[in-house]
Design a protein around this ligand. Structure first.
Ligand SMILES: Cc1cc2nc3c(=O)[nH]c(=O)nc-3n(C[C@H](O)[C@H](O)[C@H](O)COP(=O)(O)OP(=O)(O)OC[C@H]3O[C@@H](n4cnc5c(N)ncnc54)[C@H](O)[C@@H]3O)c2cc1C
Length: 512
């Protein structure tokens, strides 16, 4: 046994067991490891789940992957987040389809692990029961909540939506099928936050509906956007253009929208010598300074990037809807420094808002059962505590005992947004998933301890219990039927697919 494996075993032998899981793991024997399949469960079927599966399957021979997905359909935010007018981004699904076609891969859709709460109309397997049947488990369940501003009016007033709700709604996420955002109250929309998701939301509000109609946006969204009165969109951020989180491609796309004008930005926040900036920052500044080819006085709709404003409160009109948003002007300590700090100035500014969106980030939450099995979740950061390579940290049983703090739970890993926080594109999520996959392969090949798989039977051991509970499990063949039915519906209305927006419709299409 090598030194890595020895140190892992020694730590767990010396330690008092902190949970039933820890007790089982410490008895693990590695003698027959390479004679039998490596059983891995993955929770979540977004990019992190699929790329981790791909990496581990290509590095550990005889890997058997069971992928659990709370919804009846796979792909996570590739289906429910990526904007409908970015179909090329969804090409990664071809790779995922390839992974899923392996005889060593099983998709278990419509089954939630640890009970994801009211968000999903799915069957549930308690975490502890599931872990008994695998060598390893990988949490790749993304971020199912969003951050809140915590300002007056946010919860009470109608017409304030999170970007997560709005994006989920136009992309057909069942949880938000009934959102029915009201875009008819007036012509000014405020989006708080200046990341790429905020720019997606703005594009949906500004884009010609006939262009969107050809994408896989839902018909309900098309109908609502057709009735929209929004003509002026403010995308508001606390800091300046040099600190902005959006990227070149997304801002350029908005500048190029037909009949849509861009209001000039505050040039005092742009460095004098743009040409001396690093390439990416230089191009971003150039695009913002150049603006749009459509003049504001000729534009049907317009938008602006409103910098250095921090939201204070939402004000309402009679009837309970939002009327305006009050901001405090901020001041940048060093306007041209991308990491400049920002402080409030006490000067207030009010922007009329017939509808408002908060787009300040998604948030992951702990799964029920984490405490029971000893998994450490950082609520403040919204991530599963891990060593940066995806090895999940054990809950400390004793604050003064640093040995506990440093230890990992054998066989328990994480990947994607729940591992490193809800930022980054599919490419960075892939890199991240690969690093987790590499850690798993390295641990397995080095003889490090894993979970103790009872009978090494994975899904076969769990299936009967789940089906006894009258749960309709969706396997990959069922997903293909749903996919086919959606494409056929799409053909009827001249688009690639018309998504089902309720789990019931999805299950019917799967032949339930
Ligand atoms: C609005 C938006 C637009 C984006 N646009 C782009 C883009 O244009 N280009 C780009 O490269 N990237 C884009 N991204 C980023 C990209 O979507 C993410 O990097 C990536 O999806 C993160 O992958 P993930 O697997 O960690 O999480 P997710 O994609 O969220 O997948 C998590 C999966 O886990 C499932 N799940 C949750 N809880 C449970 C449970 N208890 N049991 C079982 N399953 C569960 C969820 O249903 C989901 O399917 C966008 C993100 C957002 C939010």
């Amino acid at each position: 046994m090598n030194s890595v494996a020895k140190s892992w075993l020694c730590t767990s032998c010396r330690r008092k067991a902190t949970s039933p899981l820890a007790t089982r793991v410490s008895r693990y024997s590695t003698s027959t490891r390479h004679d039998r399949p490596f059983r891995m469960a993955i929770v979540g079927s977004g990019p992190a789940g699929f790329y981790t599966a791909y990496r581990v399957m290509s590095k550990i021979p005889k890997t058997k992957v069971d992928m659990f997905e709370a919804l009846p359909v796979p792909y996570g935010l590739v289906r429910f987040g990526v904007a409908p007018d970015h179909p090329e981004v969804k090409n990664c699904q071809d790779k995922f389809e390839e992974v899923a076609s392996s005889p060593d891969f099983t998709f278990i859709g419509n089954v939630s692990i640890g009970n994801a709460g009211a968000h999903f109309d799915a069957c549930t397997i308690p975490l502890a029961s599931m872990m008994r049947h695998y060598d390893a488990i990988v949490f790749a369940y993304g971020a199912s909540e969003d951050k809140r501003l915590g300002i007056p009016g946010e919860s009470e007033l109608k017409g304030i939506y999170s970007a997560r709700e709005f994006v989920g709604w136009y992309n057909g996420l069942p949880e938000y099928a009934d959102l029915a955002p009201d875009l008819t109250n007036g012509d000014e929309a405020v989006i708080i936050g200046q990341g790429n998701v905020a720019l997606d939301v703005a594009r949906m509000l500004l884009e010609n509906v006939d262009v969107l109609r050809k994408s896989d946006i839902t018909e309900a969204a098309i109908e609502t956007l057709l009735k929209s009165r929004v003509k002026r969109v403010h995308i508001v951020g606390r800091r300046g253009p040099m600190q902005a989180a959006f990227t070149i491609k997304e801002v350029r796309e908005l500048m190029k929208l037909r009949d849509v004008g861009f209001h000039d930005i505050d040039m005092s926040l742009i460095p004098d010598e743009i040409s001396k900036l690093p390439r990416a920052r230089r191009r971003l500044m150039d695009i913002m300074v150049k603006g749009s080819a459509t003049r504001i006085d000729e534009a049907a709709k317009s938008w602006s990037l409103d910098f250095c404003l921090s939201p204070l409160e939402f004000l309402g009109r009679s009837g309970g809807g939002i009327e305006s948003t009050v901001f405090e002007r901020t001041s940048l300590a060093s306007p041209f420094d991308p990491s400049s700090s920002v402080t409030g100035t006490a000067e207030k500014l009010t922007i009329p808002s017939s509808v408002a969106f908060r787009s300040i980030g998604y948030k992951s939450v702990a799964l029920p059962g984490f405490d029971e099995v000893g998994i450490s979740f950082n609520d403040r950061k919204g991530v599963i505590e891990n060593d940066g390579l995806g090895r999940v940290s054990r809950i400390k049983s004793d604050e003064s005992n640093t040995q506990h703090q440093e230890s990992h739970l054998p066989g328990v890993y994480c990947a994607g947004w729940v591992k490193r926080g809800p930022t980054g594109v599919i490419a960075s999520t892939m890199e991240d998933a690969f690093s987790t996959g590499d850690a798993i392969a390295s641990d397995w090949n080095s003889g490090a301890p894993f979970l103790q798989a009872e009978n090494n039977s994975g899904w076969d051991a769990l299936r009967a219990g789940v089906e006894r509970g009258k749960c309709r499990v969706i396997q990959w063949e069922d997903w293909r039927k749903i996919d086919k039915a959606e494409r056929e519906r799409g053909l009827l209305v001249g688009k690639e697919r018309e998504k089902f927006t309720s789990t019931t419709e999805m299950l019917i299409a799967a032949g339930s």
